[in-house]
Design a protein around this ligand. Structure first.
Ligand SMILES: Cc1cc2nc3c(=O)[nH]c(=O)nc-3n(C[C@H](O)[C@H](O)[C@H](O)COP(=O)(O)OP(=O)(O)OC[C@H]3O[C@@H](n4cnc5c(N)ncnc54)[C@H](O)[C@@H]3O)c2cc1C
Length: 501
């Protein structure tokens, strides 16, 4: 695959396609600048191409598509095929103070890839190949625009290895997007989050400097520069090359399922198992509502799905530790076919599109917190969401476990309303603040982007000033993805009074 997948159709296509966000005064890209871009690489100003690059899978943007609108069209879409071309585009934009937003699979769910101030979108999808494989160390060098299936199939078929990163959006997202958003795959409890997999990066900075970070398995060479760019969501530079760790293909896979009388019993099982050293690839606990909806249970019990893969001796020991933990917390053994069913429907997004077409508000919020805070977050977030007018449901599953805590993933829905946008903001304010107040972070793997940027300053506190200083130093003209991650969109801070531009 070499291009992004549209989240949903535009209804009643106007020509030219309308924008939800207003353009700023004097915002243009001169014909001569577009010609200069076109001399560097393939450059498009086609209206449909601009509209497609004006959105991602952010549910509010999907709602605007039902009104025939894209959030914000860029002035041009550039498709470089080499780091040298990226450098030329970045330097041109920097010298002329043109906003530059990197776009890849555009599968982000927080509006991170939306070019809110227009300018240039740099599409990485033609930067897509495995460059080298160090078979002894298991280190893969890959260009950022490679989509999940192309990447993993080539690794498996040609080199007999896997990186082990399988997000729900595997088919529609890229390696560079995984790194830029600090994502997590569904097998992360065994293979780690993307930041655990990245060995090093090549990044093009705003002034055109190409930096390479990392490369050794561990170091003490001052602060880790790789981690500065992992999760930077296109605000600090363009990631043009990634080195990742890989694993031999697993020889065994084992599965199990358990049913619990309460979500808290399930949380305690996950904690006990992980703290005893069992890190099964999949350890997913569903609350009673999600268990009923997704696994057909009676609506009273909570379901835990377990899957591990790798060396048979480690897998057997892991499943045995999980079993003992489950039994100690009052579980019944469930039907192992529940895992098989989940494998089949886990990446199906048709419900989201169907609900969007019918006018419902549907979205998800994933946060991480320490084990000691999870029970309060589980209760407070659902209660806060259900207190918002029109709320229909607020459900939860635990999707990723760590030694000290876990990720809780909430799914919420509200009735169709003419005040869709206001209601959407109310729901997000309710759930994100309830989570923050109970000890969670802003995001575990979806990132902040546009929708959640407003929560970062209150979450990071004085740390936000550090982040802003890094941004000001690396990107003094604020060309990279302005208006994201809660960073100052420009010197005119009055713009921050609105939720988004
Ligand atoms: C149905 C669905 C399920 C999802 N499930 C998961 C999941 O299980 N786990 C998970 O982690 N995420 C998930 N996501 C979110 C999304 O898929 C991830 O954030 C993904 O990593 C984004 O990759 P992308 O290639 O689509 O990037 P895009 O959406 O195109 O870009 C995302 C951000 O990264 C920046 N960016 C992209 N590439 C680069 C680069 N090379 N250099 C600099 N900046 C760059 C962009 O500017 C933007 O800010 C899901 C999304 C959907 C729609």
């Amino acid at each position: 695959m070499t291009q992004a997948t549209d989240p949903i159709e535009f209804v009643g296509l106007a020509s030219p396609i309308q924008e939800r966000f207003a353009q700023q005064p004097n915002e243009t890209l001169s014909i001569s600048l577009i010609e200069e871009l076109a001399a560097i690489c393939d450059t498009s100003t086609d209206d449909q191409d601009l509209a497609d690059h004006g959105r991602d899978w952010w549910p509010l943007a999907m709602h605007w598509a039902m009104q025939g609108k894209t959030p914000r069209k860029p002035h041009a879409v550039c498709r470089p095929t080499s780091t040298e071309q990226v450098v030329s585009i970045v330097q041109l934009c920097n010298n002329n103070r043109i906003p530059l937003t990197v776009s890849a699979g555009r599968s982000g769910v927080c509006g991170a890839a939306i070019p809110v101030y227009g300018g240039v979108v740099l599409d990485t999808c033609l930067l897509a190949s495995i460059v080298s494989v160090d078979r002894i160390s298991g280190v893969i060098e890959v260009l950022p625009g490679m989509f999940g299936p192309d990447f993993e199939n080539e690794l498996r078929d040609m080199y007999g290895v896997t990186v082990g990163h399988f997000p729900q959006s595997f088919d529609i997202s890229t390696v560079g997007g995984w790194v830029a958003c600090r994502g997590a795959g569904q097998y992360s409890t065994r293979y780690g989050k993307i930041e655990d997999m990245v060995v090093g990066l090549e990044v093009v900075l705003a002034n055109g400097t190409v930096v390479r970070t990392g490369t050794a398995p561990a170091g003490a060479n001052g602060p880790d520069l790789t981690s500065l760019f992992v999760g930077s969501e296109g605000t600090l530079g363009v990631i043009t090359r990634v080195w990742l760790r890989s694993h031999p293909l697993p020889t065994t896979q084992q599965r199990a399922a358990y049913l619990f009388p309460s979500f808290v019993d399930g949380i305690n099982t996950c904690r006990t198992a992980v703290q005893h050293g069992a890190t099964p690839a999949v350890l997913r606990l569903y609350d009673a509502d999600e268990s009923k909806r997704s696994h057909g249970t009676d609506g009273k019990q909570c379901t835990l799905l377990v899957l591990d893969e790798g060396d048979e001796r480690i897998v057997s020991a892991t499943l045995s530790i999980v079993h003992d933990a489950a039994m100690a917390h009052g579980a019944q053994v469930g039907d192992v076919d529940l895992v098989e069913n989940w494998m089949h429907h886990r990446n199906n997004t048709s419900g989201l599109q169907e609900a969007t077409r019918r006018g419902f508000i549907v979205d998800t919020m994933e946060v991480a917190a320490q084990w000691s805070s999870l029970e309060a977050i589980f209760a407070n977030v659902r209660a806060s969401l259900m207190a918002v007018e029109g709320a229909l449901s607020a459900t939860c599953h635990l999707s990723h476990s760590y030694l000290d805590g876990a990720c809780l993933y909430f799914t919420f829905a509200a009735k169709p309303t003419p005040e869709f946008e206001e209601r959407y903001v109310q729901l997000w304010n309710a759930c994100q603040r309830a989570a923050l107040n109970a000890g969670a972070n802003v995001s575990h793997h979806h990132g902040a982007g546009l929708n959640r940027g407003r929560f970062l300053p209150e979450s990071l506190g004085a740390g936000m000033g550090v982040l802003q200083s890094i941004k000001n130093t690396l990107d003094p003209h604020n060309i990279f993805n302005p208006g994201k991650l809660g960073l100052n969109p420009d010197s005119d801070t009055t713009k921050r009074n609105s939720v988004w531009p």
